[in-house]
Design a binder for this molecule. Structure first.
Ligand SMILES: Nc1ncnc2c1ncn2[C@@H]1O[C@H](COP(=O)(O)OP(=O)(O)OP(=O)(O)O)[C@@H](O)[C@H]1O
Ligand code: SF4
Ligand SMILES: [Mg+2]
Length: 368
């Protein structure tokens, strides 16, 4: 059996002043008990900073732990271990009452707007209920119409309507209004446009951008659709099987992905990369392993053509490989930057070590 070194991923190095960081995840772990007694390693040591006023995209394929991360930030449920530091205080160690006081500042909207709204309630009640729950019911008459107008709904027209009388896009406007009514600082958007038609998607993305500017929000935008994430995010974090594998400014990350998995994702957008790249990279048959039995070391190694023995033995830690670019990979793809994987400038053609496949052309061996 291959010994596994399980050093936790360190927090993103201190590149921005503390005041500019609104939310900091430190070695966040979320595990679930499966029915057969097995453990689902849904989130395994994520460290991430969300800067005040930015839109941070969180992207990765289905089941990689995006929603679990979003819910763990909200403490729904509380994480297994690790910290969620919001405005300097760790939510994970707060009492129920302390958490209740902080919660209005962190709001979440979900993928399926229709099922996330109570079908029996009228729209103004749905939007105003959070004010009542948080003891601010006296503000309803003033705040609810304001917020409805802000999201493009006419308060008079929706006064007697219920969710089933609206389209998916309109219901998502209601969800956004409900999230905004408490004047949050951070909005976690979990696949907010995935269930909508493409034309409506653009309207909702524009609305989120408008609301962000108007209410001074910070957005954590979760999606599996890279095109959507690229359009809305200032920075992007790429997630694979419970861990962050790359983080950086959106444009630079899409132009020059340094983690093999990011490269796979980017090349699956046909307009951005040649398909040969995709075929080259995804050698493991395209299946993400089970989070109940993740590979040792680097969790991407069973699909990665650059995998070496080290990748099976040692968990790669997040480190800055280009200015503002962090990746968790022992052999990042830095040829386009003219750098080798140590960060030393070696010229554009001297990247053999990290672009070559292992001698047998196969990924590192599985943990027995
Ligand atoms: N309550 C739960 N109990 C057991 N396993 C869970 C639970 N919630 C999530 N999981 C598992 O944790 C892993 C991560 O799930 P999660 O919903 O966070 O993924 P995701 O990235 O949001 O996927 P998608 O893009 O499909 O929404 C999955 O394997 C999922 O089955
Ligand atoms: S080169 Fe190794 S560490 Fe990097 S992604 Fe591939 S398997 Fe993981
Ligand atoms: Mg999800």
């Amino acid at each position: 059996m291959t010994p596994q070194k399980t050093a936790p991923a360190p927090a993103e190095p201190d590149t921005v002043p503390d005041d500019d960081v609104v939310l900091r995840l430190e070695d966040l772990v979320v595990e679930f008990r499966a029915g057969n007694g097995a453990t689902v390693h849904a989130v395994s040591g994520i460290s991430l900073e969300v800067r005040r006023g930015e839109t941070l995209g969180l992207v990765g394929e289905s089941g990689c732990g995006k929603s679990t991360t979003g819910r763990a930030i909200m403490q729904l449920p509380r994480p297994t271990s690790g910290s969620v530091v919001f405005e300097g205080r760790d939510l994970a160690t707060m009492s129920g009452e302390e958490l209740r006081r902080v919660r209005p500042k962190l709001q979440m909207i979900f993928q399926d707007p229709i099922s996330s709204l109570n079908p029996r309630r009228r729209i103004p009640d749905i939007v105003g209920d959070p004010l009542v729950v948080w003891g601010r019911g006296d503000q309803r008459a003033k705040v609810v119409p304001e917020v409805l107008e802000a999201v493009g709904l006419d308060p008079a027209q929706v006064a007697d309507r219920r969710p089933h009388q609206f389209s998916g896009g309109q219901c998502q406007r209601v969800s956004i209004a409900r999230a905004l009514v408490l004047d949050p600082e951070v909005l976690i958007c979990d696949e907010p446009v995935s269930a909508l038609d493409v034309s409506v998607q653009a309207q909702i993305l524009n609305l989120l951008e408008d609301m962000k500017a108007r209410y001074g929000l910070t957005l954590l935008f979760i999606a599996h659709d890279l095109g959507v994430v690229r359009n809305i995010s200032d920075r992007v974090a790429v997630m694979y099987l419970g861990r962050i594998c790359e983080l950086g400014e959106t444009r630079a990350l899409f132009d020059t992905p340094v983690h093999p998995y990011t490269r796979l994702l980017v090349s699956s957008i046909p307009s951005m990369q040649d398909v040969a790249d995709l075929e080259q990279v995804d050698r493991g048959g395209g299946e993400m392993p089970s989070p109940m039995d993740p590979p040792s070391g680097c969790r991407f190694r069973t699909r990665c053509p650059l995998a070496t023995e080290r990748c099976a033995d040692e968990t790669p830690l997040m480190r800055e490989v280009l200015p503002g670019r962090f990746t968790a990979c022992h052999h990042p793809i830095l040829d386009h930057a003219g750098l080798d994987h140590t960060g030393e400038d070696v010229g554009a053609n001297a990247a053999d070590e990290h672009t070559a496949l292992p001698p047998d052309g196969r990924p590192g061996k599985e943990d027995a």
